[in-house]
Design a protein around this ligand. Structure first.
Ligand code: NDP
Length: 429
């Protein structure tokens, strides 16, 4: 595998040259490149029917992170994000993994979760036994409720029953969990339809009150793992040898498991990458966010999600990230958002499963970029350099003025809005 991506100096090109390069390397078709060049939003008709009370459209810049190899496949990562430096950091991090073959992933199962919550039950143990003994009937009811997902090879795979007990208020609930293979969809509507079809029968069997039946975004039966190896040699800085930098990265990830104040920001860095791709693919980022943060708390305290360790024999830093990720390649709003489909094309994916594998790799790359910077030169130098454009825009610069003001800001010891305004005024005199 080549250590440098075939696409180089991408950031120095114009937007149209970037699209030509992506086309030339087979990451987008002619039609998709045209759409990326000309699109300014979704059609008014679609926008007005996607949500209620629509008054306008809210735009975000969309860019691509480069240098990614995931499971042996070169891919380009589409990102919709307003924060500078995320895409640059992600692309740079992916470069460190290329000499060892890039990111490797595993995804043992991909099942969406639903729950039916019952209460006012005389004998919980009996009720649990009853539900557990009627799983075949539950599966038949699920098929009747949503036959098309079964025709597609999916449907209800597994049923679990748990007694949920809270000592403080003495409340007891019997919760029946359904695990559903939703194929290419994210499956919220599919699972909710199945739940509504199954719940009345279980309620009748139990003679219980129903609290609710709803999908759970805590997708613990849809865990994807990404790993990577980075040679110590690549980590050396002017002040530290590579192994010392690797040791600091291991310590930083360890510390993020001990202190929630650090863990939240550690994970925010991971989500910088994940959210940006989830947005670009038209998926439900609220669902993904909620599930991932719950997973970060699974041991009883909120912890950093990545693990980094040293392999002294191989002289490598090894990273690992496991996340609950259940995205769709279709369904929801995805088919209504033209750029969402182009994002799949850029990533070179055909399935929602492949998409999740890549997104997990992006999270690991983003974490590596942030932690490496933090334990070496700090993030502010790189961040502020890229933030200069935003400051120039905030000060009122337009067109060519933006780059002129930003480059003068970068040459200063300190940059702020007042300085940007002053430089813009000077420029216009
Ligand atoms: P949809 O309701 O759009 O269902 C998927 C659709 O895709 C179905 O119509 C299905 O067809 C069709 N389809 C075509 N090919 C396939 C295939 N290969 N595999 C699976 N489906 C296929 O979307 P989801 O059920 O995925 O629900 C996602 C939406 O639900 C998102 O917009 C999300 O924001 C929202 N939502 C989220 C909630 C949450 O996260 N808590 C709660 C409620 C809604 P067919 O009809 O023939 O089966």
């Amino acid at each position: 595998m080549e250590q440098t991506s075939k696409i180089s100096k991408f950031y120095q090109k114009t937007r149209s040259e970037r699209l030509d390069l992506l086309k030339a390397h087979g990451f987008v078709s002619e039609n998709s490149a045209d759409l990326l060049m000309t699109t300014t939003g979704i059609s008014e008709d679609v926008a007005n029917h996607l949500i209620e009370n629509q008054i306008s459209q809210f735009s975000l810049p969309m860019g691509v992170a480069l240098n990614f190899i995931v499971d042996g496949q070169e891919c380009v990562i589409p990102m919709a994000i307003e924060e500078p430096s995320v895409i640059a950091a992600c692309s740079n991090a992916a470069r460190f993994t290329r000499s060892t073959g890039g990111f490797k992933t595993s995804f043992p199962e991909r099942l969406q979760t639903g729950q039916m919550i019952f209460y006012q039950i005389a004998d919980f143990a009996n009720a649990k036994q009853l539900v557990d003994s009627r799983v075949d009937e539950i599966k038949q009811l699920a098929e009747l409720a949503h036959p098309s997902i079964v025709v597609r090879g999916g449907g209800l795979v597994d049923v679990e029953t748990h007694i949920i007990y809270n000592e403080k208020d003495q409340a007891e609930y019997l919760t029946v969990y359904l695990y559903v293979d939703v194929k290419e969809a994210m499956g919220a509507n599919i699972v909710n339809t199945i739940l509504e079809g199954v719940t009345p029968a279980i309620q009748e069997w139990l003679a219980a009150e129903k609290l609710m039946s709803i999908l759970s975004n805590y997708n613990t039966r849809s865990l994807v793992t990404a790993t990577c190896e980075i040679p110590f040699d690549l980590l050396a800085t002017n002040h530290l040898d590579g192994q010392s930098v690797a040791q600091k990265i291991v310590k930083a990830a360890h510390y993020a498991k001990l202190d929630p104040y650090r863990a939240v920001t550690h994970n925010k860095g991971i989500m910088n990458g994940i959210d940006a791709v989830v947005m670009a693919t038209g998926n439900d980022y609220r669902a993904i966010e909620a599930g991932i943060h719950a997973y970060a708390s699974r041991n009883g305290s909120y912890q950093g999600l990545t693990t980094w360790q040293l392999d002294l024999d191989k002289q490598m830093l090894e990273g690992q990230l496991t996340l609950p990720l259940l995205l769709g390649s279709l369904g929801g709003a995805i088919n209504a958002l033209p750029l969402a489909k182009i994002s799949q094309e850029l990533m070179q994916v055909d399935t929602a499963e492949q998409m999740a594998r890549i997104i997990c790799a992006v999270g690991l790359a983003q974490n590596f970029a942030a932690v490496r910077a933090l334990v070496t030169e700090g993030i502010q130098k790189g961040h502020m350099s890229l933030h200069a454009n935003a400051l120039a825009i905030h000060a009122g610069a337009t067109g060519e003025e933006i780059e002129l003001v930003a480059s003068r800001l970068r040459a200063l010891e300190r940059m702020n809005l007042a300085k940007a305004t002053e430089l813009l005024t000077e420029l216009r005199q």
